[in-house]
Ligand binder design. Structure first.
Ligand SMILES: [Cu+2]
Length: 145
């Protein structure tokens, strides 16, 4: 099969055919976009670690995490006051005892977006866990206060 050459001597491509270069570049772009899109759900990568001090208040009172990736909330409770013993996060199925004078790790993978109220057993201490979907930032359902 003869290749046609233009005036400058460059090989002309047959009309209607897509060059390999175009196919490869398109394939790469598709792969990058797909992997970026799937990352939040894949559970890939390290856990999202958040440190929270429990002494008179939760500090910080608001922690933000991303949907679908393993999360690890680390509660540092430097006292054994009865008030701070229990930790509850509404809507995320978290109710646990925080050990005194140490760190309690609470591990879970958030499967829904929203603002989830966090409080002690008697609801003196208050905070919230915010779960966001980076691909759909306006998705905040259901909302728990
Ligand atoms: Cu309390």
């Amino acid at each position: 099969m003869e290749h046609k050459r233009d005036k400058l001597g460059f090989l002309e491509k047959e009309s209607g055919s897509i060059g390999w270069e175009v196919a490869i570049v398109t394939g790469c772009v598709v792969l990058v976009v797909l992997s970026a899109a799937l990352l939040p759900w894949g559970g890939m990568g390290r856990a999202q670690v958040r440190n929270i001090a429990v002494e008179g208040a939760y500090s910080p009172a608001t922690v933000e995490i991303v949907l679908g990736r393993p999360a690890e909330l680390r509660f540092w409770r430097p006292s054994d006051s009865a008030c701070t013993r229990r930790l509850v996060v509404e809507g995320l199925h978290i109710s646990t005892r925080l050990k005194p004078f140490g760190i309690t790790e609470v591990k879970f993978t958030p499967r829904r977006t929203g603002h989830f109220a966090m409080h002690c057993g008697m609801e003196h201490l208050k905070g919230q866990v915010v779960v966001k979907d980076p691909l759909n930032p306006s998705a905040f359902w259901p909302v728990y206060f």
